[in-house]
Design a protein around this ligand. Structure first.
Ligand code: SF4
Length: 339
């Protein structure tokens, strides 16, 4: 119903992205599709582009990535967020090499069995890299389908999406739907006048596109508090590795207290004279919001768990965003410390 006008529009207006082939061209390598789709989960196209290009230059094949050092990959991922994706990225690359001879499988079913590859990602890889007419439903597509059919219930989206997906050019169709959602059928003020499927759109006919998808009231996120410790000695700061199974597992970080209702200075990594800064750093994770107070101290380079990292190379430590914010706050205040 909508494939023909949508593909004609895509042929003229497709976004040029480093992981894509032009409309109608041979599909991109499955490795590039997979890498980009994992990076794009919960992350914007603009943020992903430089990471994708760096990863592809550093690890140009799934074999190269499978052989990579875990810590190097985690460092390269720093700043992109949702770090379990980086761990799954490595696990998936190794599974493709070990179980599939270094070739990504081409069906949704086999892709789903790979670490970190869920319903959406498997459908995206199958359709874009292998021309399987799988229904690809991300947030953008969900919005477009909800509006096309003026759906009151988002649970109906997948069935409608599957019925719309054409057998011809399914990869281009999937990317056209993503582009339509990202550039025309936007969450607010969709550009219906420019929309190639306007004549098929029920929400447009009703005059209420923004009423779809129907929104449910969101529960507020739980609040947690913590303390990050900036121990500075001789131009170095004490960094630790986060425990593998915890949030931000495997990443370099400042030592912290436990995160909860009442963080304790007893969790400090060194017994020294700590000064607590006035303003905490706030960071919102998927499931909770964190107010991270900063404790700073000038100390000596004693032997302790962790590593003393040169402060003038802090940007190379690969700190996740929350600790990058904390480090900046600490550095701005450490200058005021008495020597
Ligand atoms: Fe979205 Fe408007 Fe197009 Fe309907 S007509 S799909 S609401 S942009």
């Amino acid at each position: 119903m909508i494939a023909e006008p949508l593909l004609a529009w895509y042929d003229r207006h497709a976004r040029v992205l480093p992981w894509r082939s032009p409309p109608g061209a041979a599909p991109p390598a499955p490795y590039a599709v997979w890498l980009s789709e994992v990076m794009l989960q919960q992350t914007t196209v603009a943020a992903v582009k430089p990471y994708f290009e760096r990863f592809l230059a550093r690890w140009p094949s799934v074999q190269a990535l499978a052989a990579a050092d875990d810590a190097e990959v985690m460092t390269a991922w720093a700043g992109l967020g949702y770090y379990s994706r980086a761990r799954n990225l490595l696990a998936c690359a190794r599974a493709v090499v070990r179980e599939h001879g270094g070739q990504f499988p081409g069906s949704v079913g086999a892709l789903r069995k790979l670490p970190g590859v869920g319903e959406y990602t498997s459908a995206a890889i199958a359709s874009i890299a292998f021309a399987e007419p799988a229904a690809v439903v991300d947030g953008n597509v969900e919005r477009v389908i909800s509006r096309l059919f003026a759906l009151a219930d988002k649970r109906d989206v997948r069935e409608r999406a599957a019925a719309l997906t054409p057998p011809e050019r399914p990869g281009d169709y999937a990317q056209a739907m993503m582009d339509l959602g990202a550039t025309i059928c936007t969450p607010r003020r969709p550009a219906c006048a420019l929309c190639p499927v306007q004549s098929n759109c029920r929400a447009f006919a009703l005059g209420t596109p923004e009423a779809f998808p129907v929104k449910l009231a969101k529960a507020p996120k739980p609040e947690r508090r913590g303390i990050a410790f900036w121990a500075e000695a001789d131009g170095h700061v004490l960094l630790v590795r986060r425990p593998a199974k915890r949030l931000l597992g495997g990443m370099r970080a400042l030592p912290t207290s436990a995160w909860g209702e009442a963080p304790s200075m007893d969790d400090a990594p060194l017994a020294t004279d700590w000064r607590l800064l006035d303003a905490p750093v706030r960071h919102v994770f998927t499931h909770f919001a964190l107010d991270l107070s900063i404790a700073i101290a000038l100390t000596e380079r004693v032997n302790t768990d962790g590593e003393w990292w040169p402060i003038d190379r802090i940007a190379e430590a690969g700190l996740p965003t929350v600790f990058d914010k904390a480090a900046r706050a600490a550095m701005a205040s450490a200058m005021d410390l008495p020597c």
